[in-house]
Ligand binder design. Structure first.
Ligand SMILES: *Cc1c(COP(=O)(O)O)cnc(C)c1O
Length: 444
């Protein structure tokens, strides 16, 4: 396939025969992780050398393919920053946590995170093809001893079988595509035997770190498990190569819709013009930008964080300015485990009865006249089950249910001032106001 995207190989790998270079097993077994190996590709800075010589650092591995994308002359290269550690990784910061998303607390069985009502995240391995320095799961990922654990997997399958509200299973890790092909196939087979699982998703950076893993054999196997979706992880246009384009072409031809999840990283991709180029290149290779993540409050990632304003500025620069397909949702994964929270510029300026005032991407201000004769009874009827689980309805319960309010923790205690009855003329008329179902005002 001819593509406008480059294909690169660092001079140190010039003599590697193509059969080896394009063999993913060769790429995996020739990953670089020491000062000595990496310095054959480019000279390290003092800070990088110091980090690489520190024990206890989050694991370092870079595939020969991916390290070849780094400009050897540029110590600030955006790909280099993602995979080569510096001593800034060892600097703690306020609010830093090992498990900032409280995933462990949301795990009914080891390696399975059930945070949302109808879908789960399954951590099927701790291994990756290369390791991102800002990894949100650095607390568990990279341990060379721990890989796929059959006992854990059996427990995960048991949980899924007895939890029929789960209709979407997201395989992650680590990276599911570094699993031995047989194990991955078995895993997908066992999931597909569970009738209530409607879709399976794979989150993988393998197509980016090691596109040669996407073989015809792999896509032929994957397409037996449809509907199957995949999200890849590209942060910078320099990661989009002829090899990645070919891998994505194979995956989409196998009927797997591709999305991209990026992390907003200081000094790597925190620039609106660069992000525009990134999303344009992604849609050219038929990858739909899905999420842009605010960097998590995870150990080792402090120096990658940007203000949230930077993410909003990027979305402001994309929405309306370019194809809607190319605009990701900017999200903050809630510290403490609240899930992904979308954050975006404000387009709704103000409103009154039946009239709202909006602004567009250019700052043009317009109004929308709402109907005056619309009643709730006119809405389309739904006779099927209603999905939200008790306690997870959120604001939809205020809009579409019996609830009148949501109280924060300790609200009742704080507001219990041992109140006395006020001088209401006709008490029965006023009583229901502000008193929710099942609540009685204390009287003495
Ligand atoms: C991100 C995530 C999902 C999937 O979220 P979507 O918004 O549906 O892509 C599911 N479970 C957990 C724990 C997650 O972090």
């Amino acid at each position: 396939m001819s593509t406008p995207f480059p294909s690169k190989r660092a001079p140190v790998f010039a003599d590697v025969p193509d059969e080896k270079w394009y063999d993913w097993r060769w790429q995996l077994s020739h990953r670089l992780n020491t000062v000595e190996e990496i310095e054959k590709v480019f000279p390290l800075t003092e800070s990088e050398r110091k980090a690489l010589s520190t024990s206890g650092l989050f694991r370092v591995e870079v595939t020969p393919y991916f390290i070849s994308l780094i400009d050897p002359e540029d110590p600030d290269d955006p790909i280099r920053k993602q995979v080569i550690p510096t001593d800034r990784e060892m600097v703690p910061f306020t609010a830093m946590m090992a498990d900032s998303l409280a995933e462990d607390r949301h795990s009914p069985v080891p390696g399975l995170v059930h945070r949302y009502p109808d879908r789960v995240l399954m951590l099927v391995t701790t291994q990756c093809a290369s390791y991102c320095r800002y990894c949100t799961r650095s607390r568990i990922v990279g341990d060379p001893a721990a890989t796929f654990k059959r006992e854990e997997f059996d427990l995960q399958i048991e949980y899924l079988k007895r939890t029929p509200q789960v209709r979407d299973v997201l395989l992650s890790g680590g990276d599911p595509l570094v699993l031995a092909p047989r194990i991955l196939e078995e895993l997908l087979t066992r999931l597909r035997e569970i009738p209530h699982i409607e879709i399976i998703r794979i989150g993988s950076r393998v197509p980016v770190f090691m596109p040669m893993r996407v073989t015809d054999e792999l896509t032929e196997m994957l397409q037996r498990f449809h509907p199957l979706w995949m999200n890849i992880h590209v942060n910078h246009p320099n990661e989009i190569t002829a090899e990645l384009a070919a891998a994505c072409d194979k995956l989409t031809r196998a009927g797997i819709p591709l999305g991209n999840q990026s992390v907003l990283l200081a000094g790597v991709n925190d620039n609106v013009h660069l992000q525009r180029k990134l999303v344009h290149d992604l849609v050219r290779i038929r990858v739909r930008p899905y999420y842009l993540y605010q960097c998590d409050l995870v150990e080792g990632a402090g120096h990658f964080r940007t203000p949230v304003a930077k993410g909003i500025e990027i979305i402001e620069g994309l929405r309306g300015h370019t194809s809607g397909y190319a605009v990701p949702t900017y999200v903050i994964d809630a510290p403490g485990g609240g899930g992904k929270i979308p954050v975006m510029p404000n387009y709704l300026m103000t409103m009154s009865d039946h009239k709202i005032v909006l602004r567009n991407f250019e700052g043009y201000i317009t109004t929308y006249e709402e109907p005056t004769d619309y009643t709730p009874a006119m809405a389309a009827k739904w006779k099927g089950p209603k999905r939200p689980e008790p306690g997870q309805e959120g604001l939809t319960a205020l809009l579409d249910g019996d609830r009148m309010f949501i109280k924060s923790e300790g609200f009742d205690e704080i507001h219990d001032r041992h109140g006395i009855q006020h001088r209401l003329k006709d008490e029965s008329k006023w009583k229901p106001l502000g008193i929710g179902p099942g609540e009685e005002k204390k009287q003495d």
